[in-house]
Design a protein around this ligand. Structure first.
Ligand code: ATP
Ligand code: MEV
Length: 503
């Protein structure tokens, strides 16, 4: 166990040794002023690797990133202890952490996707309330619910921010900062950009919660950056801590999450997830052989709040408990059956295999029940109608519904012109198709936040460059995790061998 001392010095025992070692590797010289901005799109030169050095109280700018997800089976039912299958996608959130030079005591959030630009002074935050007897939690703790007294203590700091969307994101940050950090935590700017559409069922909130959890624990020195040769049990421990606090961040955003979104955003790839007792850790099976299912992902562009959709099912349970429970049990059976099809050693997604048809039928049935639970939307039904009319696959909503996205499992060997015709129709009706792959990497870190330009020079990724990157493509080009060697993103991974180039 490690404890944080005033001024951010560390007292260390076993699992912290690696964190400290990786920090020591950098020991000594100062990094260039982190607030120095270069011209847009031009990396500021940094000193060579051997002379770059940081101490615990003087960290470099760094980035963390976490993916969004699609729920393939089981959303909503998973809130009530039923199984769900979810996979990470290649759309991701990226968080740049830039330390303020001393003696600043300021925290700044620049979450530009939602227009949040807000600062607090660390010293005036309600530390007393958070240090009261029984309130303090440590980085190795888990929380199952938010303490109303602590939320009340944060309220004046959140109420000055306009609108629910911004307040939810700010609460998630501030609550985690107060829990994971302390009064002596470093002053910093947190700049967030995401390529995940917000409120569209693709786990945008979980993705940012994972980024915040990982970044704050890295800053606190309580998390070891992943390195080649990290023992599997240590990797699991780090992931568990990131996930535990990301769950808390998710609670701040939508009240009563099951934990499936943050679990897949933390670990990546795909999971079977079930949590029937919220005082216990969930049952999580990593689906290492999750097949590359041919999916069409379409956004209705109808935004909604996950909290409100979850509340709809809760109220149906209150008014029709017997029938609603039967529907949730049926979703559980659907997920279990899909899990056994996918996990079978004989599973095949080749043309003519009955497995894809069975998975497709389960998708269709799952959607039908979600409609009955009241969480579809006329726009989702319109997409399903267009896909059914084209006869190309099986469609369901994904995530909380009420708008957001649909997924279609495509039939094998489709004629390209049929698919193109459908895509054109969807676009004509104002829907947006997403190109994404399933089963992406989980949480990763880029430490320090540097990239290599066209001439092979390594340079710092500044806030201006990050904020000015143009759209999804601009963000992916500048900081994306699939960088072809331009950036050294590293991932905590449970299920791949360590010799994959350190990624
Ligand atoms: N890029 C972002 N920057 C800042 N805050 C964000 C960002 N993306 C999401 N959020 C926060 O998460 C909230 C959206 O969460 P919500 O759970 O409603 O949708 P979702 O996570 O996209 O969908 P689902 O839970 O169905 O997958 C926003 O209101 C905002 O507070
Ligand atoms: C609707 C829901 O099941 C999925 C949201 O992505 C809510 C949750 O699991 O927290």
């Amino acid at each position: 166990m490690a404890t944080l001392q005033p001024g951010n010095s560390l007292s260390v025992d076993t699992d912290m040794a690696t964190a400290v070692d990786s920090l020591r590797l950098h020991g000594g010289t100062k990094l260039t002023n982190p607030l120095t901005s270069s011209a847009p799109g031009v990396a500021s030169p940094v000193v060579g690797r051997s002379s770059r050095a940081y101490t615990m109280s003087e960290l470099p700018s760094f980035m963390v990133s976490a993916p969004g997800k699609v729920i393939v089976y089981g959303e909503h039912a998973v809130v009530y202890g039923k199984g769900a299958i979810a996979a990470a996608i290649s759309l991701r959130s990226y968080l740049l952490v830039t330390p303020y030079p001393k003696p600043s005591r300021t925290l700044t959030l620049r979450f530009s996707d939602i227009g949040l630009d807000h600062s607090w002074e660390i010293d005036v935050l309600p530390w007393k309330a958070f240090a009261a007897p029984g309130k303090k939690r440590y980085y190795f703790d888990s929380l199952e619910r938010l303490d109303p007294m602590l939320m009340k203590a944060l309220k004046p700091f959140i109420d000055v921010i306009p609108g629910k969307v911004l307040q939810a994101a700010a609460t998630s940050f501030l609550f985690l900062f107060m829990m994971i950090g302390n009064q002596h935590s470093p002053a910093a700017i947190y700049t967030m950009r995401s390529t995940i559409p917000i409120g569209a069922g693709l786990g945008s909130s979980a993705s940012i919660a994972v980024c915040l959890s990982a970044a704050l624990q890295l800053q606190g020195g309580t998390l070891a950056k992943p390195f080649k040769g990290m023992m599997p049990h240590e990797t699991q421990l780090q992931l568990k801590r990131i996930n535990n606090w990301a769950f808390v961040g998710e609670m701040c955003i939508h009240g009563n999450p099951s934990g499936v979104d943050n679990t897949v955003a933390t670990g990546g790839k795909a999971v079977f997830f079930k949590r029937d007792d919220y005082s216990q850790p969930p049952e999580v099976t990593h689906l290492a052989d999750f097949p590359e299912l041919p999916l069409l992902l379409v956004n209705t562009k109808q935004s909604r709040s996950t909290a409100e959709e979850v509340a709809k099912v809760r109220s149906l349970l209150e008014s029709h408990d017997g029938i609603t429970n039967l529907m949730l049990d049926t979703i559980d059976k659907i997920t279990t059956e899909a899990h056994s099809i996918i996990s079978s050693p004989d599973f095949s997604s080749a043309a003519g295999s009955p497995d894809i048809v069975r998975l497709g039928e389960l998708i269709r049935i799952n959607h039908g029940i979600l409609v009955s639970l009241g969480v579809s939307h006329p726009k989702l039904e319109r997409i399903r109608e267009l896909v059914d009319f084209a006869g190309i696959g099986w469609t369901k909503l994904t995530g909380a519904g009420g708008g957001g996205c649909s997924i279609t499992l495509l039939k094998p060997n489709l004629k390209p012109e049929v698919l193109q015709g459908l895509e054109q129709r969807l676009s004509d009706e104002g829907f947006e198709k997403y190109e994404t792959t399933l089963g992406g990497a989980g949480v990763g870190v880029l430490w320090p936040a540097t990239t290599v330009d066209e001439l092979g020079r390594e340079g710092e990724i500044t806030q201006d460059m990050f904020l000015e990157a143009d759209g999804v493509k601009g963000v992916e080009n500048l900081v994306g995790v699939s960088s072809g060697g331009k950036r050294k993103w590293r991932f905590w991974r449970e299920w791949v061998p360590e010799d994959d180039g350190g990624r």
